[in-house]
Design a protein around this ligand. Structure first.
Ligand code: ADP
Ligand code: MG
Length: 289
């Protein structure tokens, strides 16, 4: 199974800068993280793949067993700002979405229940959506994206506004549904996807900056991530001079994780890089960190 995007271009208004600028990536089975700061073109790309907005040029092809197929009926989508009818129950909503998607299993209620169960909402199925927490709404959004067993599932910033507990739950739900699918998740919160994503695509100003497995991407950061223990004034000094990806205080001693091409001071030791380090390295300034 492959989703092949070739040279996708998009400009919203004449004369405006390109929202997508020659975007080309091949997605295989598995979970992909689409990473980039606000305005980098993540939503534009997702809205083009799902057919919500037209592209200016470029090709999108879908292959199953090396044969070209139409994917229009096998795509699930959770948009960035999904709205809900507050008076609907979770079950009403899923049944309603099944109608919209023209998905007609023999036992509609049993199917809706199965879908709700897969996102841990089965005990809330008769509650009104208006009473749902952000995390519950988000899981309901995931549930509707699963209707009809789509081969491709796209989530646009699914973890925005979730509390830490809900983030963990989101990761667990995704890990449970990811088999035999292409799943693309956009976010600018790398830690939400770094555990589950096989590969990452770094998007900058509508262009692919980097793409690869986490291992491949982290390799480039080898030797550039440092840990240092120091006192408060030194920690503050490091913060102004380097990109610091984490800072932990324990009994007045500060432990910093920072990025630098060269060894900053003698007492700095190299640590293995993670995807967050690469993101900070590439986008630190743009994100205002
Ligand atoms: P992201 O999802 O990564 O934050 P977007 O795809 O929303 O990025 O935006 C990419 C670029 O396209 C930005 O410069 C944004 O201002 C512009 N853009 C997005 N949607 C529209 C629109 N409907 N009309 C005009 N410009 C838009
Ligand atoms: Mg967006």
């Amino acid at each position: 199974m492959q989703l092949v995007l070739k040279n996708i271009n998009k400009t919203y208004k004449k004369g405006a800068k390109k929202a997508l600028d020659g975007f080309s990536v091949t997605f295989n089975k598995g979970i992909y993280a689409l990473l980039g700061p606000n305005g980098s073109g993540k939503s534009t790309l997702m809205n083009i793949i799902t057919g919500i907005i037209p592209k200016d040029s470029g090709n999108i092809e879908f292959y199953e067993n090396d044969e070209p197929k139409s994917y229009a009926n096998s795509i699930g989508f959770l948009p960035q700002n999904q709205d809900y009818y507050n008076n609907f129950t979770a079950l009403d909503f899923i049944l309603y979405m099944m109608v919209l998607k023209k998905y007609n299993p023999e036992d509609k209620k049993a199917y809706a229940n199965k879908i709700l169960n897969s996102v841990n909402l089965i005990n809330e199925k008769d509650k009104k959506i208006g009473a749902f927490s952000g995390g519950m709404k988000q899981r309901l959004g995931i549930a509707q994206a699963l209707i009809g067993e789509p081969k491709i599932i796209i989530f646009d910033e699914p973890t925005a506004g979730l509390d830490p507990k809900e983030r963990v739950r989101f990761r667990n739900v995704l890990a449970g549904i990811s088999e035999n699918k292409i799943i693309i998740i956009s976010t600018h919160i790398v830690s939400d996807v770094s555990v589950i994503a096989k590969e990452a695509v770094l998007l900058s100003k509508g262009k692919v900056l980097k793409t690869g497995t986490q291992k491949e991407l982290c390799k480039e950061m080898q030797g550039k991530v440092w840990r240092v223990k120091c006192d408060y004034p030194t920690a503050m000094l490091f913060m102004t001079k380097y990109k610091v990806s984490s800072i932990v205080e324990e009994d007045g001693e500060y432990s910093l994780r920072l990025l630098s091409k060269e060894k900053p001071t003698e007492n700095c030791e190299n640590v293995p890089p993670v995807l967050e380090d690469l993101y900070l390295y590439e986008f630190g300034e743009e994100e205002g960190l």
